[in-house]
Design a binder for this molecule. Structure first.
Ligand SMILES: Cc1cc2nc3c(=O)[nH]c(=O)nc-3n(C[C@H](O)[C@H](O)[C@H](O)COP(=O)(O)O)c2cc1C
Length: 333
């Protein structure tokens, strides 16, 4: 069965696979990599609606979209309608082609100031924020939510209606309540109810870690697309695998060691170029750890590579690690 494309406002995406926004992970190099390997859309890390932070180096970096394929989707977070509207305008002026609103992130930093998924508690405020942002910009506005505040307050269907009425053009739903954190299995039934309730595209999210799971979730929720977060960490080719499976029903073979090495080294080089040597080496550490997971002697390698301070040394160690992975695979073949 082929997978239908996802349309958000004027943008017909190449497929229905979306990279989830992840603070500290979905920076420009990672978004570009995932798009190249098959993601139809890659949402940025969130940018605060607090304008006092817009001059910071971190926020300026988050607003840098040079060379990114269209459509550029930027996530904003905050709880004040006027500030959110201003943040949306500011980001559109800097190249955002879709504004995504975060009402799905439980991060303490966000929830303490009554933003992210904490907003789900106050539906009237949700409505005011969405109205203000939709009115502020002429690009599509999308929304990311959880299924509710806690298991006793699963109000996502009601929030979805508010979003549709406000003119939101797509809704991503993480199948957990705010109180559930990342515990338990994502529940897809609420996502199905949302899909049955609203006409705007619904993107299902939560625990989708394989091509088969993507198919299963699309079928059981009726959603228009799936959003992948943690499963793309260290496995950006998962989008290619999903795309292939959704359109042919067949699984692609695992990438060869040499391809993984090539993808990873290109990714690391992009991180060094984007962040500069000092920060680049540090940001690269977590990606190296994810890529090396599941490979023999990965734990020992991670311990060693985390101590390295230069990009040249990091790349040299990565090469040595993959030489030994290739050698072991060669012996096993
Ligand atoms: C490290 C990390 C950072 C995240 N940052 C954000 C964020 O900035 N905005 C947001 O809406 N969700 C954020 N999330 C939630 C993800 O977008 C996604 O909803 C969640 O991880 C569930 O999907 P998954 O099971 O595919 O990982 C983050 C998740 C992780 C693991």
């Amino acid at each position: 069965m082929s997978s239908a494309v996802l349309k958000i406002g004027p943008y017909a995406l190449p497929n229905n696979l979306v990279l989830a926004p992840m603070a500290g992970v979905t920076d420009r190099p990672f978004r570009q990599l995932c798009r190249r390997l098959g993601a139809g859309l890659a949402v940025s890390e969130m940018v605060s609606s607090n304008s006092a932070l817009w001059g910071s180096r971190q926020t300026l970096r988050r607003m840098d979209h040079a060379g990114e394929p269209e459509p550029v989707s930027i996530q904003i977070a905050g709880a004040d309608p006027a500030m959110m509207a201003e943040a949306a305008r500011f980001n559109v002026e800097r190249g955002a082609q879709i504004i995504d609103i975060n009402m799905g992130c439980p991060a303490r930093k966000v929830c303490n100031v009554m933003a992210g998924s904490a907003l789900l508690r106050d539906e009237a405020l949700v409505g005011r924020i969405l109205d203000a942002v939709v009115a502020a910009v002429d690009v599509p506005v999308t929304l990311k939510i959880r299924t509710g505040w806690d298991p006793q307050h699963r109000n996502a269907v009601s929030v979805a209606r508010i979003a549709e009425q406000a003119g939101v053009q797509a809704l991503a739903v993480h199948g957990r309540t705010r109180a559930c954190g990342y515990r338990g299995e994502a529940e897809y039934k609420t996502i199905r109810r949302i899909k049955e309730t609203v006409a705007i595209p619904v993107i299902a999210n939560g625990d989708i870690g394989s091509p088969q799971k993507a198919r299963e979730v699309l079928d059981c929720t009726g959603a228009d697309a799936v959003m992948i977060g943690r499963a793309a960490q260290g496995r950006p080719w998962i989008f290619r695998e999903m795309q292939h499976y959704l359109s042919t029903g067949k699984l692609l073979p695992e990438p060869e060691v040499e391809e993984i090495r090539k993808i990873m080294k290109h990714h690391l080089q992009n991180l060094y170029d984007f962040y500069g040597e000092y920060t680049g080496v540090r940001v690269a550490r977590k990606h190296i750890a994810w890529y090396s997971k599941g490979h023999r002697d990965g734990a020992a390698f991670r311990q060693q590579v985390n101590r390295v301070e230069t990009s040249a040394e990091q790349l040299r160690m990565v090469d040595a690690f993959f030489d030994s992975v290739a050698e072991t695979r060669g012996l096993a073949a």
